[in-house]
Design a protein. Sequence first.
Length: 457
Amino acid sequence: MNKNWAKYYQNQLITGDGDIAVICGWTKKELVWNRLSEQSKGKIAIMGQLYSKEGINYIIRNLFLNPKVKYIIATGRDLSGSMEELKNFLETGKSDFIHQEIPEDNIKTFHDFFAKNSAFVDLDKIDSHINTISLEKMDWIKNPTEFPSHSIEITNMFLSEDIGFRLEGAKVSDVWLKVLDRIMKFGKDKMSSYGESQKELLDSITIINNDDPDNPILPDFLYFNNQDLKNYYPQIMTAEVFDGIEYTYGSRLRDWNGIDQIEGIINELKRESFSRRAIAFTWDTAKDFNNEKCPCLDLVQALIQNNCVYLTAYFRSNDMYRAWPQNAYGLLKIQKEIALALGLKVGKLAIISCSAHIYERDLKEVESLLSKHKPKLECNIDFRGNFTIEVDGSDIIVKHLDLDGVFLQEIKGKSAMEIRDKIVPFISDIAHALYLGTELMKAETAIKEKKDYIQDQ
């Protein structure tokens, strides 16, 4: 058989003429491959990662194309629950992530065979385990079988600004729904380097203003729980590099050639609270310039303002469905660490995602998620202030207040348009602007018709 027999994610797989499939979880397949003897390598049919639960579909699809594969070995780290989902599927034959285009009879055939012909094996025992495998004599299917492509209902793309989308909310989950919604509405369809299309926004700026990484609010619609977060934090809070992983954000931030950059940020801000040099990088030009595995998170910068630590992070590439929420909580954890060390409050976290994208395989799930859980009306605080509107004779009087109700300025005019032109710079939220436009027109109408005007009535 041609060594390029696998149809899905071919450029991310090691394929051969053997009988055994090796699923490596989050551990680099190259690390697993290099642990094998030449004899064992000759027995491998396919080897690759399983980063997401939905990836189980592509294991099933690829293996149905090769009846010669008669055994599955699963190994490596599980950082997303994907390997646990695979284990449950092999035990029960059930998964919420299976494509509807794969018939139930075929799913049953796959499960009935590989439930008996698979094993979860420690990384250092794979080579010896391969020598103990007794393969079935008969092929588990008569002929290679290909299933229809997964149908994805792609939301219509609307016109928008080409670059720069600002979204803010109190909790990570709030902002997540907003940014997914914007990508589905305004994201441009384009190919990715992983052989599948994506919907992409350029320079999404997401801001979280009131979430605690140690006591997070995690609604059921998130794909991870509190324990998953605790398992994730060491990747960003320590310099430890786990087996099979080339690097972590933590290893780059906390051990850059022996330099703990987060400690450096703290020391810099202790030395000079107004410093603009409290910055840490993960990008190593010598290593990453032509490296397909280069970091997605590239830098973080801390600034002090209003006795708060504000943190800005820059991602060159951000999977907004599968990765952004955990990324956000990891960054909140760093921000809290810095603030506690300085004895200051935690300010807002801003994440700039240069390529903010959703992969094609996830579009249908995202659409379902948004239809069930995104509020129809997005209630936002306008951090530039509030306005009261009154009528005095032929004048419209608008008072601009801060969020605590403290008076800032008074603006007078004879018409809604005259007031509008004066208050535009002090409004940042679209819904707030629409509300004020409605109220100003009501006030102008009341003057013209010599009627009383009361705001919000």
